[in-house]
Design a protein around this ligand. Structure first.
Ligand code: DQA
Length: 155
C-alpha cells in the first residue's frame, strides 16, 4: 500500500545552500537537508516529495497539485515567505497540516524578514535550528497527521 505523501517545498536561492552565506545558513547543501527530511518522513511512514524553485508560481502550482493528493506540506519558501501572497492564498486552500520552516531565525535578523505572510496559513513554524529544523518540521507535520491539533505536537 502506498504511504501518505509529505511535500517539502523549497523557495528561491535554497539551491545555493552550502555556498550561500554559510555563516547564516550553514555548510550543508539542500540535498543534505532533503536527505534528513526524507529519513524523518520514512521513520513516520511518509513518502517525501521535494520541489525547489526560484519562482513563486511553481510553488503555487505544486500546492494546487497537492490538494487532495498530499497529506501534509513543509515549506521553506526563502524570501517568498515575506511577500508571497499568492503562495499564502494557495496554502489557504490546502486542508492538511502546513509547517513553515526556516534554517535561520528571521525574527533575529533584518526587520523585513520579521513578517511571514505564510504564518497565518501554517499550523506552526520551525525556525533557527539550522538543518535539524528539517527533522523537527517533518516530525511536527507527522504528529499533526496522527492527531490533528496543537496537543499532538506538544505531547
Ligand atoms: C530562510 C530565511 C529567509 O528570510 C531567506 O530569505 C531565505 C532563507 C531560512 O531558511 O532561514 O532565503 O527561509
Amino acid at each position: 500500500m502506498s504511504r501518505p505523501v509529505l511535500l517539502l517545498l523549497s523557495g528561491p536561492n535554497l539551491a545555493l545552500l552550502g555556498e550561500r552565506q554559510p555563516d547564516v545558513y550553514g555548510t550543508e547543501k539542500l540535498a543534505d537537508h532533503v536527505a534528513r527530511a526524507t529519513a524523518a518522513a520514512d521513520r513516520n511512514g511518509l513518502e517525501l516529495e521535494h520541489l525547489q524553485s526560484e519562482r513563486e508560481g511553481d510553488l503555487v502550482d505544486a500546492v494546487h497539485a497537492a490538494r487532495g493528493r498530499v497529506a501534509a506540506i513543509v515549506v521553506n519558501a526563502g524570501a517568498i515567505s515575506h511577500y508571497g501572497w499568492s503562495l499564502h492564498d494557495a496554502l489557504a486552500t490546502f486542508s492538511g497540516p502546513v509547517v513553515e520552516l526556516h534554517l535561520s531565525n528571521p525574527d533575529a535578523r533584518e526587520p523585513w524578514r520579521r513578517r511571514s505572510v505564510l504564518a497565518p496559513v501554517s499550523d506552526g513554524t520551525v525556525a533557527g535550528f539550522g538543518g535539524v529544523g528539517y527533522d523537527l518540521a517533518v516530525e511536527a507535520a507527522a504528529r499533526l497527521l496522527r492527531a490533528p491539533g496543537l496537543s499532538a505536537v506538544k505531547a
